[in-house]
Design a binder for this molecule. Structure first.
Ligand code: AKG
Ligand code: FE2
Length: 300
């Protein structure tokens, strides 16, 4: 049956209500995404971060292209033939002050904007850790080093013109991360997710909320129990659209693999353990943007 709404998880209930944890686990298994409400990121900070996104994208191209990548896909992405209306700036790792410094230095970020990025980074990183813990707990697993996992930050801009209406903003893809927290544009829709019936479902703006989606690493970590969300952005109207994505990537200095608790006779290990950066290289070099590269690492 066609499912018409992305599940909504209340972060204030998640610590004390069993039903809410159950909802979270089902959302991860069936959808690979959910919206969160009562999530503790102040609305003013979300609005300020959106302003910073707009201001940084107003910089001249010559400056934006100084935002170089640290690992594949972690720097400035200019419009391309595949995504002609899309561009993005990126900071490799929110948890590293060197990474933050490099981003601000490359883009001549003002002290005021830097302060907003730092506050947003701290708040959204704390939230990502909490959500990651809850997701793991929903399968009865404790992950004790989530705080150290690198957290990539990306600010997206869509320059939708009248000719763009009806065409793609960002191609169909999965995220390579464990989980992504997306602050989608509170006014301009366009995001579409593949629902459990394998149909693309528009996800309309829901001001004040955030969207969480699972990426390729969540599928591997959960030994195939969780979905990596297939999604895209379509142009619905001739206007600018801004979104802010935080990707909690994978363990920093150890293999990506399902924990022992999730592997047994009925659930044999599905993927060969690997280092995240190698996976990312494999994905980018083969242009496998929808998780197809996981098949290259399959054991069973
Ligand atoms: O702009 C959006 O709503 C989605 C962006 C996205 O999918 C991404 O940055 O990976
Ligand atoms: Fe995405």
């Amino acid at each position: 049956m066609e499912e018409s709404n992305v599940p909504v998880v209340d972060m204030e209930k998640i610590d004390c209500e069993k039903g809410e944890c159950e909802k979270l686990r089902k959302a991860c298994e069936r959808w690979g995404c959910f919206r969160i409400i009562n999530h503790s990121i102040p609305p003013t900070l979300m609005a300020e971060m959106k302003k910073v996104n707009e201001a940084l994208h107003d910089l001249p191209f010559e400056i934006k292209k100084r935002n170089t990548e640290v690992i594949a896909g972690s720097g400035y992405m200019a419009p391309t033939a595949v995504n002609p209306f899309y561009e993005a700036l990126s900071l490799y790792d929110f948890t590293s002050s060197q990474s933050l410094h490099n981003f601000c230095y490359q883009l001549h970020v003002s002290p005021h904007h830097r302060e907003i990025i730092e506050r947003y980074g701290e708040a959204i990183h704390g939230l990502a850790v909490k959500i990651g813990q809850k997701i793991a707990e929903s399968l009865g697993v404790v992950v004790d080093d989530l705080k150290d996992w690198p957290c990539q930050f990306r600010i997206n801009k869509y320059n939708f013109t009248p000719e763009a209406v009806g065409s793609g903003g960002v191609q169909i893809h999965t995220d390579s991360s464990f989980l992504t927290i997306l602050q989608d544009d509170e006014n301009v829709g366009g995001l579409e997710v593949l629902n459990p019936s394998a149909l693309f479902l528009p996800v309309p703006p829901f001001p004040g909320s955030l969207l969480v989606n699972l990426g390729d690493i969540a599928r591997v970590w959960s030994n195939g129990r969780f979905c990596n969300l297939v999604h895209r952005v379509q142009c619905k109207e001739a206007t600018k659209r801004f979104s802010i994505a935080t990707f909690m990537l994978a363990p920093r200095n150890r293999n990506v693999e399902a924990p022992e608790e999730l592997v047994d006779h009925d659930h044999p290990r599905l993927y060969r353990p690997f280092i995240y950066k190698d996976y990312r290289k494999l994905r980018v070099s083969n242009k496998m943007v929808s998780g197809e590269a996981l098949e290259l690492l399959r054991l069973a």
